[in-house]
Design a binder for this molecule. Structure first.
Ligand code: ZN
Ligand code: ZN
Ligand code: FE
Length: 709
């Protein structure tokens, strides 16, 4: 309540909106006149019971004021790795239950000293009611452990031991804000290789933390939007284009023109990088397929064969919060992973519900979501649900979100795929279960971010998703009206020879594309290229027509990747498709390959065989470079988008699915759809990949539509 002249009140309201200190956000602002009352003091009272609706903030990087104190020798928190204030520091990763008061956080074990308490009680102090408030005298502290768990050093000496270890090429596990990182010297080829070998991670790019923006600029191209994103309070990993003069070891992101870069996201990391002064590999502290470690003892056991030493601290972490990964496309963020710095901020949906819905996502890059009224809370990235450990993290995340928001689901929404652990979880809860088709959920997730008038054309291009007709979908065009959704076009299905084996070995997909195009007479060029495979056996499998069929654009990328001989065996999801994208150089060549559109059963089938015919000719006659074939393949896909939109007479085009993580594809699709007078809509707050599925699943239930054949 404020009192004053009309003018002063108007200025106050205006300043409230324009000068709101970070990380504050106004979700709703309404002004009402009330009878005059006089007050002579101001208090923040203890939280009382009631509906738990407060928004929980994500964990935020140190604010400028805290950073200044961190490096000020006169400050009482000089070089204290756990400095924070009301504007910054840990939140989501330390809150056990609401309300957000100190006894409900993992800071409860630390009793504030008199100085800290004074700050905490003083309304004019930056640390007034800062729940994680701490100082070297009363707060958490560091320790360096060897592999056996012996403490070798504490406080600043522990940091120094880390620096010495990194300089001598050691791999160290470092406990951050939402879990452990595995770290090594980013300029040391051997150290990076050791980390790769021990983590069984041969090719997937590793993220690197830089001491400052100037050093990033020396190694990478950096736009203003990318710079702002790096420096934001969320401090995500931003994928940047490498310069030729890169100082990093070449095995950090092999065969990839981009590299995942972040700035320090905690005071501890600022101190580390201040001492180390070089780029530091900081990859998730986990074993392949498992969630990151958050507990000291657990890290000691699980990372024992990877890390040479452990930098730990005694502030417990409630739940795994991995680093977020973002790309800039068209000056806007494109999330590849939405986690630290963003989760669990809610999104306001245009539809409200009185139901308590829990959506459990898919399989890859799993996230879960709950809804209260019209606020959807999407969890942090949990990971692929393919291990007992990640399934456990999945269950704990549901529990954690439910505890925080006093939430009990009355319905669970999951993917159609019966083999997904998330689907099986839904069936085991003794609650009504709603199934939502994968690609429909992809499109709805983007619609949740944007208020769109129907009808729209939803494009869902990804690697895999359970289709309504028993085939594997992934190259889908959905017409969505206010009442219905309909599959109006899709890529011509092709067989995945050996199913899962075709996903690991994209040469099987390339062969399927060739056989489907040429029949049995495949050009010799490819017979030679694929001779290490058992071709007679694979051909038999193809002829028998027992392999599952897919209409997936992601798998089409895989097949092209193998035709171009870029990737033979895949060691991480998306590797083959990324290799095709990596070949593309922005050149003003918009030519496209031929393809056919055929109407079957009221659906347009996109026949890619004319394209494969030409690509095969170009490769076997060596008349085109891989770079120009890759670009032309991208432009063909974009041409298909425009063609189908025009054929179906729809203007609003929603782009969704993992394929749109591809920067060139998304960027060019936006540009060319606009040039054709169409309106592209793409996700800027949630990932286009399966990390956004749960949001779409919620919307499918809140606003039901009928599937139209
Ligand atoms: Zn601060
Ligand atoms: Zn203190
Ligand atoms: Fe998907």
């Amino acid at each position: 309540m404020i009192t004053g002249s009309d003018e002063a009140i108007a200025v106050f309201i205006q300043r409230l909106e324009t000068e709101l200190p970070s990380p504050g956000q106004i979700t709703q602002l309404s002004v009402i006149d009330v009878a005059l009352e006089c007050f002579d003091d101001f208090q923040i009272r203890a939280s009382s019971d009631g509906e738990k609706t407060t928004t929980i903030l994500p964990d935020l990087a140190p604010c400028p004021a805290c950073l200044a104190e961190l490096f000020d020798p006169g400050d009482r928190r000089y070089r204290y790795p756990f400095i924070n204030c009301t504007h910054c520091g840990p939140r989501y990763s330390i809150i056990q239950v609401l309300p957000y008061d100190r006894p409900n956080t993992t800071m409860q074990r630390f009793v504030m000293c008199a100085d800290c308490q004074r700050e905490y009680n003083n309304p004019t102090d930056r640390r007034f009611h800062a729940q994680p408030n701490a100082c070297p005298r009363c707060g958490p502290s560091l320790a360096f452990w060897d592999r056996a768990g012996n403490c070798l050093a504490e406080h600043h000496d522990a940091l120094q031991m880390v620096i010495d270890g990194l300089k001598s090429g050691k791999i160290l596990a470092i406990k951050g804000i939402g879990g452990f990182h595995l770290c090594c010297d980013g300029t040391n080829f051997n150290a990076v290789q050791t980390l790769r070998n021990r983590k069984y991670r041969p090719a997937k790019p590793l993220a690197v933390m830089y001491p400052n923006c100037d050093q990033i600029k020396q190694d990478c191209k950096l736009s203003i939007s990318e710079l702002n994103l790096l420096k934001s309070a969320a401090a995500p990993i931003v994928l940047l284009r490498q310069k030729k003069s890169l100082s990093l070891a070449p095995n950090i992101a092999p065969a990839n023109p981009e590299i995942g870069i972040m700035l320090p996201s905690t005071p501890l990391h600022y101190l580390l990088l201040d001492l180390f002064k070089k780029p530091l590999v900081a990859t998730s502290g986990n074993l392949a397929g498992e969630p990151i470690c958050i507990d000291n003892q657990e890290a000691l056991t699980r990372l024992n064969q990877i890390a040479d030493g452990f930098l730990v601290h005694d502030r417990p972490i409630v739940c795994e919060v991995d680093d977020s990964v973002v790309r800039i496309v068209q000056e806007k963020p494109l999330f590849l992973r939405r986690s630290r710095g963003y989760a669990p901020l809610p999104i306001t949906l245009s539809e409200s519900t009185s139901k308590s819905l829990l959506a459990v996502g898919g399989y890859f890059k799993n996230t879960v979501a709950i809804i209260k009224n019209n606020q959807a809370y999407v969890s942090q990235h949990i990971g692929d649900l393919d291990s007992q450990k990640s399934y456990q993290a999945f269950q704990e995340t549901i529990e954690h979100l439910s505890n925080l928001y006093d939430f009990k689901p009355d319905t669970i929404i999951c993917d159609l795929h019966p083999d997904y652990l998330s689907h099986q979880y839904a069936n085991q809860q003794n609650l009504p279960v709603e199934l939502v088709q994968h690609h429909y959920a992809h499109v709805l997730a983007v619609m949740a971010e944007n208020q769109l008038p129907c009808p729209i054309l939803g494009v869902a291009w990804d690697g895999t998703g359970y289709g309504l007709d028993g085939t594997i979908w992934g190259g889908e065009f959905l017409r969505i009206t206010d009442q219905t959704w309909q599959r109006v076009a899709h890529v011509r299905p092709f067989p995945l020879i050996g199913n899962q084996q075709a996903i690991q070995d994209p040469r099987r997909i390339a062969l399927a594309l060739l056989w489907e195009t040429f029949g049995e007479q495949v050009p010799d060029y490819f017979i030679n290229q694929f001779q290490s495979l058992n071709l007679p056996l694979l051909k038999q499998l193809w002829q028998r027509q027992t392999s599952p069929l897919t209409s997936s654009v992601g798998r089409l990328f895989d097949g092209i990747s193998a035709l171009l001989n870029l990737v033979q065996i895949v060691s991480f999801e998306g590797q083959a498709a990324i290799a095709v994208e990596a070949q593309v150089i922005d050149q003003n060549n918009y030519s496209t390959y031929p393809y056919d559109l055929e109407m079957i059963d009221n659906k347009t089938i996109i026949d890619w065989r004319p394209m494969i015919l030409v690509i095969a000719m170009e490769l076997s006659t060596k008349t085109r470079t891989i770079v120009s074939i890759s670009s032309q393949f991208h432009h063909t896909l974009i041409n298909i988008l425009i063609n189908i939109a025009q054929q179906k007479n729809l203007d609003n085009i929603v782009l969704s699915g993992g394929c749109f993580q591809n920067r060139y594809l998304l960027d060019q699709a936006i540009v060319q759809l606009r040039q054709a007078g169409l309106k592209p809509i793409w996700p800027t707050q949630f990932p286009p990949n399966d990390g956004g599925l749960c949001l779409g699943q919620l919307l499918a239930k809140i606003y039901p539509r009928k599937y139209q054949i």
